[in-house]
Design a protein around this ligand. Structure first.
Ligand code: SF4
Length: 304
């Protein structure tokens, strides 16, 4: 468990996003070298049944909760699922296990109805997939909130996780939610609670308050992360943070911090060839305009 500075070859890198998102902050904090591979080199996780099931379920719940409360029934959910699944399956990558995808989505939707009655959910106007944005100390950050609903003393930011509760990701999930709360606070929305709804088996709803100290802490973290990234970029040396999450990292095959043997410099043609052989990764063409952060579903992301 040690940090290690890794010199990279930036000759094929694209411009780093000017705007951060809670996801990219988490990616950076987990490992800045993995962040560099993802955001500067354009690698992302190949579509998996877990990731696609997550997108499908998010879409179904967004459409369901956009209906008038009495219309949010299981039957309507089934109809919406049928339409959205048919649309998704038309374009799905042939490597994806469709039975697994359907099984995961089915489990998540069953869990959803076990945990709440959507007819009773009090969504804030325009509170579904709401785009949010703020600037902290000159650092731009934005994203999209799954659900914003009325709660005691203010609003509640809720995020769906379509797998079971995974302790290894809990810290990042809560940071993401506190960041959304801080951004909304900046936009004039008083967020009193944040919540994680795990749609696995069993389903779980976990709620936390949003004390001022926690909101200040995540704001300062964003500023520190942006400063550190600038220093890494200038020095072309990124920090590999080895730890238990390395076991789930798709860049491990080419990571100098993880191998006893000498491995090629990240970003070199030899290193890139190693990643190209991985079935876990695909490379995005460098078409992300400077300033955007379009990598939220990127490499290393857990199923959400
Ligand atoms: S294997 Fe570990 S140290 Fe290497 S890039 Fe991945 S998370 Fe970072």
């Amino acid at each position: 468990m040690a940090d290690m500075g890794i010199v990279v070859d930036d000759s094929s890198s694209v411009a780093l996003p000017e705007q951060w998102s809670p996801t990219s902050v988490n990616t950076y904090l987990k490992c800045s070298l993995a962040y560099w591979w993802q955001y500067a080199q354009g690698w992302r996780t190949a579509p998996t049944s877990a990731l696609l099931a997550g997108s499908l379920v998010h879409g179904v719940l967004e459409t369901l909760l956009a209906l008038e409360p009495p219309e949010r029934t299981r039957e309507r959910a089934r109809e919406i699922y049928a339409v959205e699944a048919a649309s998704l399956l038309k374009t799905v990558d042939p490597r994806v296990d469709l039975d697994d995808l359907r099984g995961r989505a089915g489990t998540a939707l069953t869990s959803y109805f076990a945990i709440e009655d959507p007819r009773e959910v009090d969504v804030v106007p325009e509170g579904l997939e709401r785009s949010v944005f703020a600037e902290f100390g000159g650092v731009r950050i934005g994203g999209s909130v799954d659900r914003l609903e009325f709660a005691v003393g203010g609003a509640r930011v809720l995020d769906y996780k379509t797998g079971g509760a995974k302790p290894r990701y809990a810290e990042a999930y809560w940071r993401q939610l506190m960041l959304y709360a801080r951004i909304l606070d900046d936009m004039g929305v008083d967020v009193s609670e944040v919540a994680l709804m795990y749609l696995g088996d069993p389903a779980r709803l976990m709620v936390r308050p949003t004390p001022a100290g926690a909101l200040t802490r995540v704001e300062l973290e964003v500023i520190a992360v942006a400063q550190e990234r600038a220093a890494c970029h200038d020095s072309e040396s990124w920090t590999a943070r080895t730890g238990r999450l390395c076991s789930y990292c798709p860049f491990r095959v080419a990571c100098p911090a993880w191998s006893d043997r000498e491995v090629p410099v990240p970003g070199s043609a030899e290193s890139t060839a190693i990643l190209e052989r991985s079935r876990e990764l695909i490379r995005r063409t460098p078409s992300v305009p400077a300033g955007a952060d379009a990598s939220d579903a990127g490499a290393g992301a857990d199923a959400s």
